[in-house]
Write a protein that binds this ligand. Structure first.
Ligand code: ATP
Ligand code: MG
Length: 629
């Protein structure tokens, strides 16, 4: 691991409209944070009371390093907070899910309809022999039934393991076997870019390697419906039609597992992260309401797939706990054209929009004219997650999408954290390039390898000092790996990211610890060099790696994709080198450039630097099961 190091910080700020702050759920960040610090258990206790519990907790938190329990001995079922209480409490007819299929299909499920579907499917799963604690794998396209399947598992206390529908048979088989799933829920097909993705066929290939799976539920979307294998397969619609309508919610202990979910695999083999019922419910509820500042009439759209943690926490659980209207859209951002998302924002009157830097950079690449064709005036809050939001991308998002009016919440968190940990709360001044400050509820710090905080302007390891409710409880089947998170830097949860704080306590993520580049004794995070490159007019995206060099230890190599209409001739590399020198100084200047049509990314849209590095150095890239095709 590297020592701490100096980082150049930008000074720019954006001030939100004062009205944002006046009406925000957290109107005064500083006060909320100090209230939290004064009495962390009291803080979480008050929030947890907003949810439905069968039995209250004896203690808010039990910390037996590195193991935490939250809401000890509390009994709940997350689905009653997501569904029953809204049905009973006046949101019965409110749209819970507004779904748009890629082929133009539309469906709206009210809270009452969603509740009904979930209970029926839950009974259907029970009739297949699924019991509390059993694992169910969900491998589906982005359709309402995917959400229904997750909630149905939770209803009966089964543990879901959702596998993104873009994965192939081997990745699916690995996850089914690792989680020891007994039932698989899938669909005949998904639709992507006008083509069908044969999920059932892919699943059948995976099932040849998964002896533990007893039954497969197949949602049939195509007509005429495919013929099913009567021994193993069950039709989704039949199962639901035969099932009894009422399904009481299983009383779960706070610490019972809710789901297993695999990380993106950006830096190595994916890890099966285990989340539990109580703390996760509280953490996602609170952050959804306070970070996105959700109000009763909002129309909320998170463009992630439900197969990622962002989808679990901020499409399904958090937004439904809050009782908002959730937009669900199958398909890709630039299909049938790069205006597809903005059309939907306009048509549905989306007010809160949450996406990833990879999508924002893609839209930038297509230019302002696409969003300019649509009326985006309903937008109120914009969010970003997944990778550092480069300052250039922040400014474009703020201006071209938000009309200079919407706060941007750049949320730093992980599969492991389960909930947002760092952001700029709505109403606070925003600084492009910085995710923001720890949210009230999270104790985040930047430290050296001994756990000592580093001064502002100095890079170090991003850690969490105190347990938080939605934290992972273990890595499925590998508790040792879990302990590593807490033992690498004594007493702290090590996130694996490098960061720097400024004088005001704003945190900037400067890269993955694994990707740090040491050039002539200087530590260089990947993000600052990449952001410097992206701020050049010709550049759409950039990824940098270190290459061993006899003189300097390492030199930087940059992989660059260009904006539409730009080509790589005419001294562009010299110009890019000059541009980086000007913004970061000579040590950060890449020694080599390579222009590419696209960068290798995980299926969740994150740049995979290790793949570039392995290719460059002729090494084995390791586990590439999550690499996009
Ligand atoms: P793996 O752990 O398997 O290598 P991964 O870390 O990409 O994969 P995720 O849990 O999906 O898996 O992603 C979490 C990581 O994404 C964070 O550790 C961080 O590096 C990055 N990230 C998420 N949000 C932000 C953000 N707002 N700013 C900067 N980086 C972010
Ligand atoms: Mg990770």
């Amino acid at each position: 691991m590297a020592e701490s190091f100096a980082v150049k910080l930008e000074e720019k700020r954006y001030y939100p409209d004062p009205r944002c702050r006046a009406t925000a759920w957290t109107p005064d960040y500083t006060r909320a944070y100090s209230e939290f610090l004064r009495d962390p258990e009291g803080f979480w206790d008050r929030i947890a009371r907003d949810l439905d519990w069968f039995e209250p907790w004896d203690r808010v938190r039990e910390w037996n390093y590195p193991y935490a329990k939250w809401f000890v001995n509390g009994k709940l079922n997350i689905t009653t907070s997501c569904l029953d209480r809204h049905v009973a409490g006046g949101r019965k007819d409110k749209p819970a899910i507004v779904w748009h299929g890629e082929s133009g299909e539309k469906r709206i499920l009210s809270y009452e309809a969603l509740h009904r579907e979930v209970m029926r499917f839950a009974n259907g799963l029970s009739s297949l022999g699924v019991n509390k604690g059993d694992r169910v794998c969900i491998y589906m396209p982005l359709v309402p039934e995917q959400v229904v399947a997750m909630l149905a598992c939770a209803r009966i206390g089964a543990v879901h393991s959702v596998v993104f529908g873009g994965f192939g048979p081997d990745a699916l088989a690995m996850r089914i076997n690792d989680a020891e799933a007994k039932v698989l829920v899938t669909a005949d097909v998904g639709y992507r870019r006008g083509k069908t993705v044969p999920l059932r066929k892919l699943a059948s290939e995976a099932l040849a390697q998964t002896p533990g799976v007893e039954k497969v539920v197949v949602l049939r979307r195509e007509t005429p419906g495919v013929e099913l294998d009567p021994d193993r397969e069950v039709d989704y619609a039949d199962l639901v039609a035969r099932a009894a309508p009422d399904c009481p919610a299983e009383a779960m202990d706070s610490e019972d597992p809710l789901f297993i979910l695999y990380t993106s695999g950006s830096t190595g083999a994916p890890k099966g992260i285990v989340h539990t019922c109580g703390g996760y419910a509280v953490g996602t509820y609170y952050t959804t309401r306070h970070v996105f500042d959700v109000k009763e009439n909002d129309v909320y759209w998170c463009t992630a797939d439900t197969g990622w943690i962002t989808g679990h926490s901020y499409i399904v659980y958090g937004p439904l706990e809050v009782g908002t209207t959730v937009v669900l859209a199958e398909g890709t951002p630039d299909y049938p054209d790069p205006g597809a998302y903005w059309q939907l924002v306009q048509d549905l009157g989306v007010t809160i929009f949450y996406t990833a830097p990879t999508a924002i950079r893609m839209f930038m690449r297509y230019g302002d004219e696409w969003p300019a064709k649509y009326n985006l005036s309903t937008l109120r809050v914009l969010g970003s997650v997944g990778e550092p939001l480069n300052p250039e991308a922040f400014e474009w998002y703020y201006r071209a999408i938000g009309g200079g009016r919407c706060p941007i919440v750049d949320t730093w968190w992980q599969t492991e954290t389960g909930m947002h940990m760092i952001t700029t709360m709505v109403g606070e001044p925003m600084k492009p390039g910085f995710a923001g400050k720890p949210i009230p509820g999270a104790v985040v710090d930047v430290v050296d390898r001994t756990g000592k905080p580093v001064p502002p302007g100095t890079g170090g390891f991003l850690v969490v000092r105190e347990p938080w409710p939605a934290m992972l409880r273990t890595v499925h089947g590998n508790d040792e790996r879990y302990c590593t998170y807490w033992k690498t830097i004594p007493g702290c949860y090590t996130a694996g990211d490098l960061a720097v704080k400024d004088e005001d306590g704003y945190v900037m993520i400067i890269g993955r610890a694994d990707d740090l580049i040491v050039v002539a004794g200087h530590n260089i995070g990947t993000a600052e060099v990449e952001s410097a490159l992206v701020s050049h007019d010709a550049v759409a995206e950039a990824a940098v790696i270190g290459k061993p060099d006899p003189l300097k230890g390492n030199v930087i190599k940059a992989f660059v994709t260009l904006r539409v209409g730009v080509n790589s001739g005419d001294g562009l590399t010299d110009d890019l080198a000059r541009h980086v020198r000007k913004s970061l100084g000579p040590v950060a200047v890449p020694a080599e450039f390579e222009f590419m049509d696209r960068l290798p990314k995980t299926r969740s849209g994150k740049i995979m630097r290790r793949v570039l590095k392995a290719r460059e150095l002729g090494m084995d890239p390791g586990d590439i099961s999550t690499l996009e095709e």
